[in-house]
Structure formats: C-alpha cells, structure tokens
Design a protein around this ligand. Structure first.
Ligand code: AMP
Length: 599
C-alpha cells in the first residue's frame, strides 16, 4: 500500500455534515429519510465522498459505527439498474452478517427501482441461489467459501464487477478465509474499486491491501474523549424485543428525577415516547424533524418538571443543558463513541452526579470495550430489574400515596363519614373497605407484576427474582436467596448504601467478574459503608479478579468478613434494624411522583 491518504475522523459538536452534502443521489437520500437516519456517522461522513470519487479505501471501524451504509450507499449510487449482472461483490465472514448487509442494501435501495441484491452463503440450497443469479442481480453479498464454490462451478460471473467490499476483513482472516479472499479478488476485473473494512489492522490485512488495493485512502474512527467522572455508567444486556420492557422497568426502579432516552432513529423517538405515555409517564419526543420553537417548548417543560422523560435522537439533544436530567438511557447504542460521550454528557450537569444506562444487544457487546476505552471508565453490567424489584417500588409508591392522602386532613374528614356510614350499614370490616377503595382507585390494571411469569425476561440476570421486601421483613438492603450455598463464607465489600448500591449491582458485578452463578449467592446485607455477601469459598484467582472490580465507581476490596468493625452478619443485622426502626428497604427509596406507575 503506497501513498495511503490517512484520515482520522474528528467531529466538533454541532458541525456535522448532512447526507445531502456528501453527494448521494436524491433517491438514496429519500430512502435514508425513510429509515430515519438524521446525519451521517463519523465513518460515513468520511468515507462516502472518498468512495463516490472512486478511491480505494481502508476503513478501520467496528460494528455499530454505521460502516455498512458507509460502503453500501456509494455502491448503490453507482449501480446501473439496466445492466443485470453482478456489479458489486461484498464479502462477509458469516452468513448472519451477509443477510444483514443484504437487508441494509435493500432498505437503502428502496427508491432506486429494481436493484437486486442476493445473499450467497453456505447451508442454503444452491437452487435458490442459481435461479436468482439467472434472473440477474446487481449486488452479491456472500461468505468466501460459498462464493468460491460458485466460481468453481462457473455459476457466478464476476467479469462485470466494478466494486468489491471486504467487510470485517480481520474476522474473515480469523475464520481462515485468507486464501479464499485472495483467490476471489484475483478472479475479479483489474479495473474496480476495493473498499476494505476491518476493526483491527493485523499484518495479513496490510498484505492483502498492498496486493489488491490501489493507493487507498485510510479512515479511522477516532475514539471519543473521556467523560465526566461524576457519571456512573452501566449496561444492560437485552435482546431487541426486550428493550421496551427493560426501559419501563428501569424507569420504575431507578430513582430518577428526569431522564433522556436516546434512540437511533426519528421514527423510534415517537414510538417509544408514545409507549411511555401509555404507561403513565410524562414523556415527549424530539428529533431533528421537530421545529425549533416546539423543541424549545419541550425542553422548557423538561426543565420545569412538566415533563420527566424526553425521548430524543442525537441531533435533537445536542447541547441540551437541563440540570434535572439525572439519567441518560441509551435505548439504542449510538453509532460512535463520540456520540456516546455527547449523550451521557447531558447528565451530571452543574456539579451533580448522573447515571448512564445503555441497552446492549448481543451483537453490540464489543462496543462496550470501545466505550470504556473512550470514556476511560468502567461500565458495570446491570441485570434486568426483576418483577420483585419493580413490585417493591410500586408498593413503596402505593404507601407514599396513602401517606400523602392522609395528610390532606380536610378531604379525609369528609370521606371518613362516608366510609363510616358504609361500614355501619354493610357490616364490612374497615380493612376490607380500604382494600375495596384501592381496587376502585387501581382500575383494571394489576398493581403488581406477576413474579412467576418473569422468567423469560431474566436471561441476562444473575440473581433470582425476590418477592418484594416489606417493612420489618428484613434489614435495609438485605436480600436472601431461596437456595443459598450450603457452606457459605461471608465476604465483605467496601461499598454500601452510601453509594446507592443495591443487591442487583452486587450480584451483577460479582457474577460477571468472579464467574459466579445465580445459585452461588446467599444472603446479601447492604450497610452504610460496606456490604456482606454469602458466597461459596472463592479461590485465589477469583479473589484477584474481584479485587479490581468496582461498584458505583468504588473498588470493592473484597475480603472474608472477620466480624470486626461491627460488620458481622447477625450482630450487624439486629443492630441496624433496631437503629433504623421502621425504615425498611422500601422506605429508603426516594418518594416518587405518583403518576409514574401507581397502577
Ligand atoms: P453497522 O455498523 O453498519 O452495523 O450499523 C449499526 C447500526 O446503525 C445499524 O442498525 C444501522 O441501521 C444504524 N445506522 C447506520 N448509520 C446510521 C445513521 N447515520 N444514523 C442512525 N443510525 C444509523
């Protein structure tokens, strides 16, 4: 590779390019509008003009950066629809990726009028592929093995190719496709454009590019800057289908003041906001589509407390400065780490602390590493809030609502007579009447989630769903596993409720770092400055790994509990309970606005 022009993307906030300015044809811009992308990602802004100009290119970018569109859009801009032979070949390491890339091409080609894209991978019957090839396709996306088979059989004509893309090139090499890739490239015409995308740049890839790329431009997605240390970052592993449930559960159990929820596309902001409103949240959506006066009005409402949840795209939330925002929730991960740091910077304003929670699908797992690197901070994995936790907060709010109503003495006085009249004339117990009134207030929606039906959602969860803690039930912050280890050792962690730690964080962190399973956890007692956890005896390597673990930013300094410092489980338990009187687990949670799920 000679004369490589090397670019590292830099994107000052507020100065993003538009898709239109990249030189893409109107039919593609319309398709992008349909799918709801607002602005090009860093890799797209940088590579699309280069590829449109005909340059060969090396793009150093990971999945989740928008690299698919970065190569697909310029390919589609060049396709001659009237010529029905393969003009572009995209090589991918796996069939799953091949299918995804095909789907992306099809979405972007929606207004191009009859562009045919065909996935070709092993495991699928040849017949389907052959008849599609005979009918004529413009773009072939395939895995190297099956493409080689077609070449050997003479069933794939590459003579008319003008574009070749190697997607996730490092992955293809890792899977042993180096030779196949090389041979396929040799079977393509000399005059063509080659784009190679890879997350890393091992020597072998340099060798391929030296042999097959001509004076390629090189584009790297720069890692963003570090974030404020006052922001605690967590990630929740979910499938795409679980995201909405995860969002509502997180909003129920997290003590938030105001939250901003980021989605990737404009269309989704509306859908998510709508669903949240249906569940009783004061939520609104803003995106690049919303006119400026309306946007300002919405942000004022968020500032004043008329709104508690804002669902936004990156563009719409840029520069947004509202002190009340205690939580940033990445419903969809952003396309680059730069956007991630901008997003989470919407919380932790004016010297406050903030929380960032990202929903991460299995495919995006690798992006977490990039985020940790970019923010120079750890991202703790948090489990999906269980039905038990949700129910505990609902019961707290139910109690709070009663307490608040009891304080309205005038109104209580008037109803007292009515209730007394009922009790007298219907021979009913006062508790039953109170319960009946709760039924009236609650309507048809059940107050509590069904904890037994909760299993499916708990795939990423490492602790069992507890029944909701009731006051006087156990000491504050305590949970008890139904089947703890029989010969448990009590370990002491140097972090407690002072840092807002909850059992699920303890379980999440220890399970992840220490390789523990859900049944390994016994009793967990969270105290002000430390936590006691019953676990099977840990070996040296587990202890060593765990010694570096942080929870809420604090090194946990795990060690066997010796019972000093008043930390012994049984002694501490009794003392704390009597000191705290009736301040059970539930009453420790901050009071919540009644409209958020009293139903
Ligand atoms: P990729 O890195 O190509 O796998 O893309 C990751 C995800 O980002 C996909 O779901 C794309 O649909 C989405 N995406 C790509 N480009 C953009 C963009 N400019 N704006 C919003 N989302 C995008």
């Amino acid at each position: 590779m000679t004369d490589a022009q090397s670019t590292t993307t830099t994107e000052p906030e507020g100065e993003r390019t538009t898709f239109a300015s990249l030189g893409l044809p109107p039919a593609i811009l319309r398709a992008l509008d349909d799918v709801g992308y607002e602005t090009p990602s860093a890799i797209q802004a940088e590579t699309i003009p280069l590829l449109l100009s005909g340059r060969d290119l090396i793009g150093l970018a990971q999945t989740g950066t928008g690299k698919t569109a970065a190569f697909a859009l310029p390919v589609l801009a060049a396709v001659e629809v009237g010529r029905r032979s393969p003009q572009a070949l995209v090589l991918t390491p796996t069939r799953e990726l091949a299918v995804q890339v095909c789907e992306a091409f099809e979405r972007y080609a929606a207004h191009l009028g009859g562009v045919h894209v065909l996935p070709i991978y092993g495991g699928q019957a040849y017949g389907v592929q052959l008849s599609a090839l005979r009918r004529g396709v413009h773009v072939v996306v395939g895995t190297p093995g099956r493409i080689m088979d077609h070449l050997a059989k003479g069933t794939l004509d590459l003579s008319g190719l003008t574009h070749v893309v190697l997607d996730e090139a490092d992955e293809m090499l890792r899977m042993g496709f180096a030779e196949d890739v090389d041979q396929i490239l040799q079977a393509t015409p000399a005059e063509k454009q080659v784009a190679l995308f890879s997350a890393t740049m091992p020597r072998q890839i340099r060798a391929i590019s030296q042999q097959h790329l001509r004076e390629p431009a090189e584009v790297t997605v720069r890692q963003g800057s570090s974030s404020s240390p006052s922001i605690t970052q967590r990630a929740l592993m979910v499938s795409y289908q679980q995201k909405l449930e995860a969002l509502t559960r997180v909003l129920e159990v997290e003590p938030f003041e105001a939250a901003i929820v980021f989605t990737r596309t404009r269309n989704e902001t509306e859908t998510v906001a709508e669903r949240l409103r249906a569940r009783g949240y004061a939520a609104a959506a803003i995106s690049g589509d919303v006119a400026q006066p309306q946007r300002e009005k919405t942000i004022d409402q968020l500032r004043s407390g008329d709104l508690d949840v804002l669902v936004a795209t990156d563009v719409a939330a840029r520069g947004l400065d509202v002190e009340r925002i205690s939580h940033v929730i990445n419903y969809d991960l952003p396309i680059d780490t730069e956007s991630y740091t901008h997003r989470i910077g919407r919380t932790g304003r004016a010297g406050r602390t903030g929380d960032a929670i990202s929903f991460v699908t299995p495919r995006e797992r690798r992006m977490l590493g990039a985020i940790e690197k970019a923010t120079r901070a750890t991202v703790d994995i948090m489990p999906m809030p269980s039905a038990g936790e949700v129910n505990a907060t609902r019961l707290t709010r139910f109690d709070d609502a009663i307490t608040a109503a009891l304080a309205e003495t005038d109104r209580i006085e008037r109803f007292r007579e009515i209730v007394a009249h009922y009790v007298e004339h219907h021979d009913a117990a006062q508790e039953d009447v109170a319960a009946a009134l709760a039924v009236v207030a609650q309507g048809d929606t059940p107050l509590l989630l069904d904890e037994h039906a909760d299993r499916a959602l708990q795939t990423s969860r490492t602790e069992r769903a507890d029944r909701p803690a009731r006051a006087g039930d156990s000491a504050p912050g305590e949970r008890r596993s139904r089947r703890g280890p029989s010969d448990a050792t009590t370990y002491r962690l140097a972090v407690g409720s002072r840092k807002g730690v909850e059992p699920r964080q303890i379980v999440g962190a220890l399970a992840n770092e220490g390789g523990l399973g859900r049944d390994d956890f016994g009793r967990i007692q969270i105290r002000w400055d430390f936590t006691l956890v019953e676990l099977p005896e840990l070996d040296r390597s587990q202890l060593e790994k765990l010694s570096r673990t942080r929870i809420s930013g604090v090194p946990i300094d795990i060690r066997v509990d010796t019972g000093r410092d008043g930390g012994r489980a049984d002694r501490g338990d009794r003392r704390e309970r009597s000191e705290r009187g009736d301040r059970g687990d539930r009453s420790e949670r901050p009071p919540r606005k009644p409209r958020h799920g009293d139903r």
